[in-house]
Design a protein around this ligand. Structure first.
Ligand code: HSE
Length: 330
């Protein structure tokens, strides 16, 4: 077992909880939604949200097996290797030299295919809960490594831009996944408005339609925006954040899958949002605002647009969750 890969800083729960001895055999966690990409940072930037959250209950077993239950009727695969919470736990128990397993009950509140990190919440919630029951023997980097197996089940490829913010909280940069190099970025106190038009966009499909090559001029613009966005977060420069929320590579292709996208983006900015774009692979759209009143105004604009299109939707006005998956029954 590797406790400290690549000399990475593990600033999260492992360091502070390392000496904790777990006596209870079950734990409940809230596993939050996340916004991957943050517009220009395809696969490398992600942000954790206060709401919505999946509720997960995880029980320690003294057999090397993983059992998955769906508590609220979602048809989640019960074969652990096909389940986004199960596959990471299989990887985890395979690194233990004893007969340990886990039983997981998932109360799915983050709709699969919504673009706000549903699969990542299941994967991250499962590994954080399991690690807690094991006395936090794994680092956050290990947990991201396990949880990425859940993303592979969901979308066919490992990516950590939902998993890392879900586990670490706040905003994270995934500088590399081979080897894992996760850099927590300071999160400004911004408000986040999300609209989830009720269509399903599968991440696997939304990845397949992307062009495999980019023009150098687009790449230059994109990495200017990514650097600008990270600098904006670090300096709490909201104007810089706003003008860096531009994606010239992925959004022009994916936005055609989302009815009303261009209008939502334009009118939310007119209503005062700093900017925003597709959340993860869509169909949800997120907008950042400096004030709660603006975020609520942005929500009203989103509702008006989807009412006039005649498409059902959910909206959330929330903030950036700075701690990630929460243990709630300690
Ligand atoms: N970076 C991934 C994608 C996130 O955009 O395909 C999926 O939530």
């Amino acid at each position: 077992m590797n406790h400290n890969q690549e000399g990475l800083q593990d600033t999260g729960r492992t360091a502070s909880n390392k000496l904790m001895v777990e006596t209870s055999k079950t734990v409940k966690v809230l596993a939050p939604a996340t916004v991957a990409n943050l517009v220009c940072g395809f696969d490398v930037l992600g942000m954790c949200l206060e709401d919505p959250n999946d509720l997960m209950e995880v029980r320690l077993l003294d057999e090397k097996k993983i059992i998955i239950h769906s508590a609220d009727g979602y048809p989640l695969p019960s074969d652990p290797m096909q389940n986004t919470a199960g596959a990471p736990l299989v990887e985890m128990i395979n690194e233990l030299d004893n007969n340990t397993g886990f039983e997981v009950i998932i109360h799915k509140k983050i709709k699969p295919g919504s673009g706000i990190g549903s699969s990542a919440a299941s994967a991250a919630g499962a590994v954080v809960a399991a690690n807690h029951l094991l006395g936090n023997i794994f680092t956050n980097t290990d947990l991201v490594r396990f949880a990425m197996f859940g993303e592979k089940v969901a979308s066919g490829v490992k990516h950590a831009d939902n998993i890392a913010p879900c586990i670490y909280g706040g905003i994270t940069l995934i500088r590399s996944i081979h080897p894992l190099d996760i850099v927590p970025i300071p999160s400004p106190d911004l408000f986040v408005t999300i609209v989830h038009p009720q269509i399903e966009v599968r991440t696997k499909d939304a990845r397949q339609i992307l062009r495999k090559e980019v023009l150098l001029k687009d790449a230059i613009r994109q990495w200017g925006n990514i650097a600008g966005l990270v600098a904006g977060f670090m300096q709490n420069d909201t104007a810089l954040i706003g003008r860096s929320l531009e994606d010239v590579i992925i959004e022009p292709v994916r936005s055609i899958l989302i009815p009303g996208f261009d209008e939502v983006k334009r009118r939310c900015k007119e209503a005062g949002a700093l900017g925003g774009g597709i959340s993860g692979s869509g169909p949800s759209i997120f907008m950042l605002s400096t004030e709660r009143e603006t975020a609520v105004r942005v929500e009203a604009v989103m509702k008006e647009i989807y009412n006039s299109i005649g498409l059902d939707y959910n909206t959330y006005v929330t903030t950036i969750n700075k701690t990630g998956v929460k243990i709630i029954n300690d």
